[in-house]
Design a protein around this ligand. Sequence first.
Ligand SMILES: [Fe+2]
Length: 189
Amino acid sequence: MDVLDLIKTEHRRIETLFSEIESTDKPHKLYDCFNQLFNGLNLYAEVEQQTLYPAIRRHCQDTQELIDAAQQEHHKAKQILEELEYLSPTSREFQQKIADLKDVIQHHVQAEENKLFDQVRECMSQEDREQLGSEFKAVKSKLQRYQVHSQVKRILDFRFYRLQGERGAEPLCRPSNSRADMQTNLLII
Ligand SMILES: [Fe+2]
């Protein structure tokens, strides 16, 4: 499959998660959607940086500035995600930071789909893009395997979260270090 189509699918999935977060005020749903957004965005950024961007830099000389800007946006998005972890999902600050994150991602997605992808189609053949698509899927599967153990921890996190809520405490998005584990695993690959 063409790598550009795979990435568009990732973009639509992320946009759906933003819509779900915006359309609910239920703490458990917010917590669940944020977990998916956190893992999904970190995975997406990592896979792009390991596969797509190096390939584009090799094949398309005129895209260096666009790739630099895209990488800066990944970095900014990761920073905001880390800040969100220390907030309550029902707080105003959480809503504001989710809006900031959405702005960064919207700009990023538009730049990729409206500018970068056109240039990639000109300098990479369909065959090259399909080969890159296979690499994209393989790296994504490999990185996802490192997330599996944290899935179990997240179920425990969720129970802990509910317990905190029942006791009247204001639970944060990060009730344990499960996501920090995932980040570490991504970094050591
Ligand atoms: Fe990207």
